[in-house]
Design a protein around this ligand. Structure first.
Ligand code: BG6
Length: 279
């Protein structure tokens, strides 16, 4: 089945349901047998006036502060075009696109074509971004992030395994010092903003989802994993995030943040993540 109101659309089958806003190509909901996996703030602005606070915003062509435009780039604040998709044999698929245009060129003078595909099948969700340099002769580079917000009953009970031994940049501290993770299971009990560099593609396992479920996050062509929770003090500063919502979410974000991806004219890059929920 599918439903649409122009700004957003839902697709479902007997197993799962996804909702996508064309603003930012933001996946705002992924339900498995009625259970929500994704966090989206009750205060999120869904009218296109700013990036959606929650779901899976797309950070492109920059992750983090960016001298040429807004934090995390313009893709999460641009209207994408729904390109098509299918819903058959237990697999829901939809595609959205964003091409360089006058607005993007004011910030970033590069010709590009992004094709984003979202596929839900069984207990898995696959997100695939294709970026093509459609310029004639100019190279460009960018950073990127699938900024995944997950819904959890209590962030302090969540555990993330698969990060031990990785160097991380701690963005909560002055100067963003680097350190090496020594914990088998990373927990989040305070303001956390870390970029774990060169994480293996086998990814991480996040436990502590609703119903005692866990999530396996695997990735391809994305070097890093970001872990973020604003905690009480920073939640209070965000107008589009409820003051008491921070314990109910965790961001685990496959990204290419610590290094840039360079594309020559005519070249393409594909970044993929797969999310798998299990008991
Ligand atoms: C995270 C960053 O990915 O996103 C944080 O690591 C940032 O530094 C957070 O604060 C939220 O960013 P924004 O722009 O959506 O408020």
């Amino acid at each position: 089945m599918s439903s649409s109101n122009g700004d957003n659309y839902k697709l479902d089958n007997e197993n799962s349901e996804i909702q996508i806003y064309k603003h930012g190509a933001t996946l705002t909901s992924w339900k498995l047998h009625g259970n929500e996996i994704i966090f989206c703030s009750g205060n999120a602005k869904l009218d296109g006036s700013k990036p959606i606070r929650g779901g899976v915003p797309i950070c492109f062509p920059a992750f983090g502060p960016w001298p040429l435009g807004p934090q995390h780039g313009f893709a999460r604040n641009s209207k994408w075009t729904q390109l098509g998709g299918s819903n058959q044999d237990g697999c829901i698929k939809t595609e959205l696109g964003l091409k360089s245009n006058d607005e993007t060129k004011k910030m970033w003078d590069s010709d590009f074509n992004c094709i984003y595909s979202i596929e839900s099948k069984g207990n898995k969700l696959k997100l695939e971004m294709n970026v093509e340099n459609t310029g004639k002769d100019k190279e460009f580079d960018f950073t990127f992030c699938f900024h995944c917000y997950f819904s959890v009953p209590d962030v302090e009970l969540c555990k993330i395994s698969g990060l031990k031994g990785l160097t991380y940049a701690d963005k909560t501290l002055e100067g963003t010092p680097k350190n090496v993770e020594d914990r088998d299971e990373v927990t989040v009990t305070q303001f956390t903003d870390r970029v774990y560099e060169k994480a293996p593609d086998s990814g991480v396992i996040l436990s502590g989802l609703h119903g005692g479920k866990s999530l396996k996050v695997t990735k391809s062509n994305l070097a890093d994993i970001v872990v973020w929770n604003p905690w009480k003090e920073n939640a209070a500063k965000m107008g589009d995030f409820g003051d008491t919502e921070y314990p109910t979410m965790i961001c685990v974000e496959p990204a290419n943040a610590s290094s840039k991806i360079a594309l020559q004219a005519g070249e393409k890059w594909t970044g993929i993540i797969e999310l798998e929920v299990f008991q």
